[in-house]
Design a protein around this ligand. Structure first.
Ligand code: URA
Length: 232
């Protein structure tokens, strides 16, 4: 059962000594939320307040995250909130590659246990787990399928607290979430019925892409760019 697996992971995180981070931390912060959450948010790592309380996103960033959730009719109790690293990096420094690698198994097991409809990454570190070479400025707010599940990269709430222009960007990206979740739910239901999970327009594009291409009449026009399959 998913909750039992999440409890096992949380206990392992609290006892974890796989990297150096535990040495400077008060306690591990496994993440929290219902095992059946439809949306999973993944941040970077615990900060001061998270380290004190053993809970994710309970400081200023968490307050802003809760405000944004409220703006789309959700509470934090309805979503799962986790981090890339589960112990606080000293002085809130960026997590290092060996620390992220040491913690990756916990996050992967949380994702597998919850099997959320949609993953939202908050900040560059969680984005890189799914899109290693992407620039967050280029891809924020755009869902892309990763292992069959939509992942939506977003800016970190802390960045938006420091930079006013990012605040509106993040709010705008959040507003799109209900539509993405509805589409992800339809997709999962369609796949359960044996469908492709793609919207009808994309199905038409996909079958057109596999059908033999008609030979175009000679023209001086440059060829049109390839059509991207639209998932949402
Ligand atoms: N920032 C994060 O990335 N995670 C938290 O849990 C808190 C702040």
């Amino acid at each position: 059962m998913a909750q039992a697996e999440l409890d096992v992971i949380a206990a392992e995180v609290r006892a974890c000594r796989r990297c150096k981070l535990y040495r400077g931390a008060t306690q591990g912060v496994p993440g929290e939320g219902p095992a059946g959450a439809e949306i999973m948010f993944i941040g970077e790592g615990p900060g001061f307040h998270e380290d004190q309380q053993g809970r994710p996103f309970v400081g200023a960033s968490g307050k802003f995250l809760e405000e944004m959730l409220a703006g789309i009719g959700l509470t934090r109790e309805q979503v799962f909130i986790a981090n890339v690293v589960k112990h606080r990096p000293p002085n809130n420094r960026d997590p290092e590659p060996d620390e992220i690698a040491a913690c990756a198994g916990f996050l992967d097991r949380q994702i597998a246990a919850i099997n959320p409809l949609l993953i939202v990454t908050l900040g560059r570190y969680s984005m890189r787990k799914f899109f290693p070479n992407a620039s967050i400025s280029a891809i924020h707010g755009q869902p892309k399928l990763v292992d069959g599940r939509p992942v939506v990269p977003m800016f970190h709430p802390a960045a938006a607290l420091h930079q006013q222009s990012l605040r509106q960007t993040l709010l705008d990206d959040f507003k799109k979430l209900p539509r993405f979740v509805a589409r992800a739910r339809e997709r999962r239901e369609d796949i359960a019925r044996g469908g492709t999970g793609l919207p009808p327009s994309a199905n038409a594009t996909a079958s057109a892409a596999t059908a033999p291409a008609p030979v175009p009449p000679p023209t001086d026009e440059p060829p049109a760019p390839p059509t991207q399959l639209s998932l949402f």
